[in-house]
Design a protein around this ligand. Structure first.
Ligand SMILES: NC(=O)c1ccc[n+]([C@@H]2O[C@H](COP(=O)([O-])OP(=O)(O)OC[C@H]3O[C@@H](n4cnc5c(N)ncnc54)[C@H](O)[C@@H]3O)[C@@H](O)[C@H]2O)c1
Ligand SMILES: O=C(O)[C@H](O)COP(=O)(O)O
Length: 530
């Protein structure tokens, strides 16, 4: 089979490239121009970027083969995630891989800033021994205002606590418990934080709300001699306002890793000796880049195999431990979805999914998405994935309803019961996990059964009387088909029963026709493949 192709348009660690090369054709092109990128993107199944490559609609439209965009890093403001979702393209990033490095860079910039380290270094190396201009400020006992107490903001908080700083934070989107956990005093407004902080450091994403969050108005509210740090995203600080604050003496020091325009070359802020600057190096440590490279390679490989990818940005957020627990249930939901169009050819109007048992305390949205992916797979094949499953189901007029019941009614701890409605017909299937955590079907249209949802599954209806099963097993045996397991189920003695068999081999059309001829079998046998 032809190997899939990935284009890596920015530098990632060699370890990551090596992992990709084990399964894919890899083009590492960190010198690629925008023009060339646009003209070759249709040859690739995956694209790996960092913060420079703009993944916008123009690029996505041309990337007709693209299945996944891997962001080797954290921030995704260079990627139009909504457009990717519309085109069914997975966007995955590595949010936890470089947070320590970014937090340490924040501390490094802050210390360098309050002690004039970078400026003193330049002067000394320029041949001048002078100590007077560089008298600094201690962090001890000062107040730091952290805006955004997420992954990096909270790491900055715990590290600055060790400097005996008083920590205050503003983040309207997190629970009070998080402020307590990181020893930060909660501020209910940005204004309050700005009025009290000696140091202001931002750790939010770049959003409509945070662009130019630190502007003239915000700076006017700060203490005279405030120190400002931005190791998050360019644009959160309005640079013209910061320059004004430097000029009029309101701001004592500024530390920047990120800029409104990157690469930043002739930025007017560079001329100030009390501004310390690095060229977006927050994530640039050997450790972080190794983690980022390996992590993104792993996710891109999973995405190209149609498997569950841990850090998909355009899917519900699930913690890694929770995802590990849910993964076999997502597979179960997906395989249950696979059943319908292998049996029926009637368009679906509505599905009702009931989750029962302790699983209901979890984020079940991923299971619903898995089910929809499974149901549409026989129809849409490679076009469907976890990202676009809900969208494509909605486009096909399938309405989805979900319900949670804390207690499972059946003798299974956790169970999924799914009712699928077409115009005049309903199918009900229930599934759970076996002791080995493999997906099993336990009920179909009210018949209690037990079938492993893997390999080949043969489904038949029969009259509940002697002399039917024998010819069936003989026919299969004569065709060289081994029966791995078999369950016969009935609702009323002597009426219609069903048989579900796990078989080790494919059952050819010819054999299915022979089975159809057996006296006592009803209708056409169905062979399901998982
Ligand atoms: N300099 C670098 O190289 C580098 C490296 C890694 C990450 N980053 C950037 O650092 C920033 C933080 O990353 P993270 O992993 O901690 O993100 P995160 O999502 O874990 O945390 C962000 C926090 O900001 C809060 N927030 C959002 N909008 C806010 C607002 N208007 N006001 C106050 N708080 C708000 C959120 O509630 C969240 O708690 C991002 O911008 C990321 O891109 C930069
Ligand atoms: O968001 C991030 O991960 C950092 O800003 C690092 O970006 P980079 O991968 O371009 O260094």
């Amino acid at each position: 089979m032809e190997r899939k192709r990935v284009l890596v348009s920015e530098r990632i660690a060699e370890e990551g490239l090596e992992m990709l090369r084990t399964e894919l054709d890899v083009d590492f092109r960190d010198d690629i121009s925008r023009e060339e990128l646009l003209s070759v993107i249709d040859q690739y199944d995956a694209l790996i970027v960092r913060s420079v490559t703009k993944v916008n609609e123009e690029l996505i439209k041309r990337g007709t083969r693209l299945k996944v965009i891997g962001r080797a890093g954290n921030g995704i403001d260079n990627i139009d995630v909504d457009v990717c979702t519309r085109y069914g393209i997975i966007v995955a990033n590595t949010p936890d891989s470089n947070t320590v490095s970014a937090a340490e860079q924040t501390i490094s910039l802050l210390l360098s800033s309050v002690r004039n380290t970078a400026w003193a270094n330049d002067v000394l190396k320029g041949g001048i021994w002078d100590r007077k201009p560089f008298r600094g400020t201690e962090l001890y006992g000062k107040t730091v205002g952290i805006i955004g107490l997420g992954r990096i903001g909270s790491m900055v908080a715990t590290r600055l606590k060790a400097f005996n700083m008083n920590i205050i934070a503003y983040d309207p989107y997190i629970a009070d418990e998080r402020f307590e956990r990181f020893g930060a005093e909660k501020k209910n407004s940005l204004e309050e934080l700005l009025a009290e902080a000696d140091v202001v450091t931002v750790h939010t994403p770049k959003t409509k709300e945070t662009i130019h969050m630190i502007d003239e108005k915000a700076i006017a509210l700060t203490k005279k001699g405030v120190i400002l740090v931005n190791c998050a995203r360019g644009g959160i600080f309005k640079e013209t306002a910061v320059i004004e604050g430097l000029e009029n003496g309101k701001i004592a020091n500024v530390a920047l890793d990120v800029y409104e325009k990157e690469p930043a070359i002739d930025n007017p802020i560079f001329k100030y000796t009390n501004v310390v600057c690095t060229p977006h190096l927050g994530a640039d440590t050997f450790e972080a880049q190794k983690r980022v490279g390996e992590n993104i390679a792993e996710q891109v490989l999973l995405a190209l195999k149609g498997e569950i990818v841990p850090n998909v940005v355009n899917l519900p957020a699930v913690l890694p431990e929770e995802l590990n627990y849910l993964r076999p249930y997502i597979t179960l939901a997906e395989k249950m979805g696979n059943i319908y169009y292998q049996i029926e050819k009637l368009p679906i109007k509505r599905v009702e999914i009931t989750y029962s048992g302790p699983i209901t305390v979890n984020e079940t949205e991923m299971l619903t998405i898995g089910f929809l992916k499974g149901i549409l797979e026989p129809v849409l094949w490679e076009k469907i994935n976890y990202v676009n499953a809900r969208l494509l189901a909605a486009e096909r007029g399938i309405k989805v309803y979900e319900r949670k019941e804390k207690q499972s009614a059946k003798p299974f701890k956790n169970m999924l019961t799914i009712n699928i409605f077409s115009q005049h017909h309903e199918m009900e299937i229930s599934g759970t996990l076996s002791r080995a955590r493999n997906p099993i079907l336990v009920d179909i249209n009210g018949y209690e059964t037990e079938a492993n949802l893997e390999g080949y599954v043969l489904m038949l209806q029969n009259e509940d009387r002697p002399g039917v099963i024998g010819p069936l097993t003989t026919t299969l045996g004569e065709a060289g088909i081994n029966i791995a397991s078999m369950k016969v189920a009935r609702q009323t003695k002597g009426q219609t029963a069903i048989m579900i068999l796990n078989v080790d081999n494919n059952v050819e059309e010819e054999v299915l026709k022979q089975l159809e001829q057996i006296d006592g079998l009803i209708g056409t046998p169905k062979l399901l493949k998982f």
